[in-house]
Each structure stands twice: as C-alpha cells, then as structure tokens.
Write a protein that binds this ligand. Structure first.
Ligand SMILES: [Fe+2]
Length: 148
C-alpha cells in the first residue's frame, strides 16, 4: 500500500464508539483505498470492480443507518439522508465519467474527504442520540458490510 493510500484508510478519529458502525465505516474506507489503488494502476476491470464495490457498500451502509435513525425517531434524519444522497450522486457521476476517462486522484480525494467529513460530523451527531434512548446499538445494527 502506498503512503497516499494509507491516508484513505480508516483512522481512530473516525471512531463513533459503536463497534458495528465503525466496522461498516472501515469497510467503506477500505473500498476507497482499493479504488485508489485500482485507478492508480489503470486496470479497467479492477477499477470497475472497486467502483461497484464502493457503491454497494455505501448503499447498504446508508440504508442501515437510515433504518436505524428512522426506527429511533432521530430528528436529524432528513439532513443526514440528504448527505447520503449527495455521496451516492457523486459516486454515480464518477462511475459515469469513468466510461470516458481515467479517474483522477483529485476525484478520489474528494470522495475520501466527503466520507471523512460525513463520519466525523453528521454521523457523530446521531451516536449520542441513539445512546440516550438506551438501546444497545450492537443489538440493533447489523454489520452486513463488515461481515463480507
Ligand atoms: Fe451517515
């Protein structure tokens, strides 16, 4: 793994303190690392695979978070869902652009920055809320992404 790729990996400052969510976030950041490596090597098949994998993990993880927030009546859900949709849209555009040209490192940097910002701000907002409700998140979060 290159030094630049290492910066795309999950780090402790991204920890929500909820093991299942952290495992899903780790899986997402691993997908970004794989995408960065595949795009850097300019291998079309592995880049397509990495893009598809990141899309699938993001879709599943976002759905899980949104289900959890809905289930517990989290008041910030609308903004949170809007951010998820923004990421999905960016990823969709990236996949479409890849049909015409190579993926630039700047685009991957933007994806990584978006994920870091989202996890350290928007995601952190719902963690204390869910804890206050008194639920053990490990019981209600299924860690589908990390289980693969
Ligand atoms: Fe989120």
């Amino acid at each position: 793994m290159t030094k630049r790729s290492m910066t795309a990996a999950w780090s402790e400052d991204l920890a929500t303190g909820v093991a299942a969510l952290d495992e899903q976030h780790q899986a997402l950041f691993r997908c970004v690392v794989e995408l960065e490596q595949a795009a850097g090597e300019r291998t079309m098949l592995s880049t397509c695979h990495a893009l598809a994998q990141l899309s699938r993990y993001a879709r599943e993880h976002f759905a899980e978070e949104e289900r959890l927030m809905r289930e517990h009546g989290y008041p910030g859900i609308e903004l949170h869902i809007a951010e998820h949709r923004d990421f999905s849209h960016r990823l969709f555009e990236l996949r479409r652009a890849y049909l015409d040209q190579d993926i630039s490192s700047e685009l991957i940097t933007l994806l990584r920055a978006w994920l870091r910002f989202h996890v350290t701000t928007t995601d952190m907002d719902y963690v204390p809320y869910l804890r206050d409700i008194g639920h053990t998140l490990a019981e209600v979060v299924e860690c589908r992404a990390a289980a693969r």
